[in-house]
Write a new protein. Structure first.
Length: 162
């Protein structure tokens, strides 16, 4: 069960599988004949192919093949952990943060959430695009993301990441 609302464990959306595949393709180009794939890329491609074949948009995080999940986690570790832009209206009593778009429970439980749950939240707030991080403070959010990935920075510094 998920930490939020007793929902089943979050699924990894097909667009995240695609993003991970593309990330691995940049790091492990196909062999000279264009047919050979690295182990991580092959594992993710198999999951992706099955999702397409079965018309599925979510892959269960808990039952995803280990090699594919490990490859996905390597990509996940390169993404920003938290959507927080340090303007949290949930601390002022809002049920939904005006700054990042997360619910009060998502803000509170973020450190305990699984990577799949976090990515599901990211997907929801990105699709909604109503939080200030997507309009008024988009520049601030980009700067924070760049600061977190700059050489010598501590990834997740100033974020909810434990």
């Amino acid at each position: 069960m998920s930490l939020l609302d007793d929902q089943p464990v979050a699924g990894i959306h097909i667009t995240d599988i695609e993003a991970a595949i593309n990330w691995w393709r940049e790091r492990q180009p196909a062999s000279g004949d264009g047919l050979g794939l690295g182990d991580e890329l092959r594992a993710l491609a198999e999951v992706y192919a099955l999702m397409v074949y079965h018309h599925e948009t979510l892959c269960d995080e808990a039952t995803m093949p280990r090699a594919a999940y490990q490859a996905w986690l390597r990509w996940y570790d390169t993404t920003p952990d938290t959507p927080c832009i340090a303007i949290c209206s949930t601390s002022q009593g809002d049920d939904l943060c005006k700054g990042c778009g997360r619910t009060f429970d998502e803000v509170q439980l973020w450190p305990e959430m699984s990577p799949g749950e976090k990515r599901a939240t990211w997907r929801r707030i990105t699709l909604e695009s109503t939080a200030w991080r997507f309009n008024r403070y988009a520049e601030r959010a980009r700067e924070r993301a760049q600061d977190d990935t700059a050489p010598g920075s501590v990834q997740g510094a100033g974020t909810d990441r434990p």
